[in-house]
Ligand binder design. Structure first.
Ligand code: PLP
Ligand code: COI
Length: 338
């Protein structure tokens, strides 16, 4: 077992034994090799560096109560990466290769998977990028696919204690026909400046509205928006320019299982005043309650003063309970690593 302070990992990078690396050349992927060095030699004209031909995924592996390790819904991440790859003219990673890559790299790094009961998990980060040289703006003829793993804890300090969010009105995350629905590196590069502004103003999370009218809620910088209405419905955003979150999809199913009605629809910003609970959801943030949202100097209360509302808490326990093997995985979402 690696010597790490499992309970205070936060969301930070830790070196592990190795990552797995594949190269696509002449129309086919290599077999994949485990590489110890965390450095990649790159061609100076690689399209990833110049033209942002780069995309990633994020999923987690959990050490369960029974001691086994499982990945949560990896085939969904494989599908989303394929959509991203097509949109950015990159080689598609077949689903079975994607899942196998995650399993192989996890098996080589078992001692870094946080033990059951620490609240930690292994973050799995697949990355696909154009590694071939081009100087004109054109798709590369060579691609590299890697999967790195790193043990993580809570994304935001305080976890279920809740965070305050601020609406970004001076910047947009994604245009209506742009690339918000795919997980390309450039979306995150564009989010850094507004993120630092929000942080400097005392807000760890920023909420984006639609680029055309600034009327409709889109999503947070690294997570989807979800709300519980006062009459107990689960409401989340329908928009072509947000990332289809696998966590959100999972929570919607769990809500339906609990008899909670689910609405996926456009949500005007004014509606925030009518919600009982609001949260950010995603692999990294899991469910993070958002108890206050500021817009243009006005503060809207969107949940209890601190902590998590009752329905969000129930959903949080349900999803984490399945991931850590504490309750039956009736949907077959956990994929055994060994
Ligand atoms: N939205 C954005 C912009 C994200 O970066 C993420 C994280 O992956 C999500 C939503 C949540 O997606 P998922 O639940 O698949 O992790
Ligand atoms: C994730 O939740 O996996 C993400 O990709 C969010 C962020 C760390 C970029």
């Amino acid at each position: 077992m690696a010597q790490l302070d499992w309970k205070s990992l936060g969301f930070a990078y830790h070196d592990t034994n190795c990552h797995i690396r594949y190269v696509w050349k002449d129309g086919r992927w290599s077999e994949g090799e485990l590489v110890e060095s965390p450095y990649i030699p790159m061609h100076i004209a690689a399209t990833a560096l110049h033209y942002g031909q780069s995309a990633f995924e994020g999923l987690k592996a959990f050490r369960r109560k029974d001691g086994k390790v499982s990945l949560f819904r990896p085939e969904e991440n494989a599908r989303r990466l394929a959509v991203t790859a097509r949109r950015t003219c990159m080689a598609v990673v077949p689903e079975d290769m994607f899942v196998d890559a995650c399993k192989r790299v996890l098996k080589a790094n078992m001692e870094f998977i946080p033990p059951y009961g620490t609240g930690g998990s292994m973050y799995v980060r697949p990355l696909l990028f154009g590694s071939g040289a081009e100087i004109g703006v054109a798709p590369a003829k060579e691609y590299t696919f890697i999967v790195l793993v790193t043990p993580v804890g809570a994304y935001y300090k305080g976890g279920l204690q809740g965070v305050r969010a601020i609406v970004v009105d001076d910047y947009d995350r994604a245009a209506p026909q742009g690339t918000g629905h795919v997980k390309i590196a450039g979306n995150y590069a564009a989010s850094l400046y507004p993120h630092l502004e929000a942080k400097a103003a005392g807000y760890p999370v920023e909420l984006y509205l639609d680029a055309k009218e600034h009327k409709w809620i889109e999503e947070f910088a690294t997570s989807n928006f979800l709300a519980i209405t006062k009459d107990g419905k689960y409401v989340t955003v329908e928009s072509p320019s947000i990332l289809p979150s696998i966590t959100n999809m999972t929570l919607q199913q769990l809500a339906r299982d609990m008899g909670i009605p689910v609405e996926v629809r456009p949500i005007p910003f004014e509606e925030v005043t009518s919600f009982a609970e609001v949260a950010a959801c995603g692999t990294a943030v899991v469910i993070t309650p958002v108890n206050e949202i500021e817009r243009a100097g006005k503060v809207y209360q969107t949940g209890p003063a601190t902590g998590c509302g009752p329905i969000l808490e129930k959903l949080y326990k349900a999803v984490q309970g399945i991931q850590y093997g504490e309750i039956p995985d009736t949907h077959g979402w956990n994929v055994d690593v060994e």
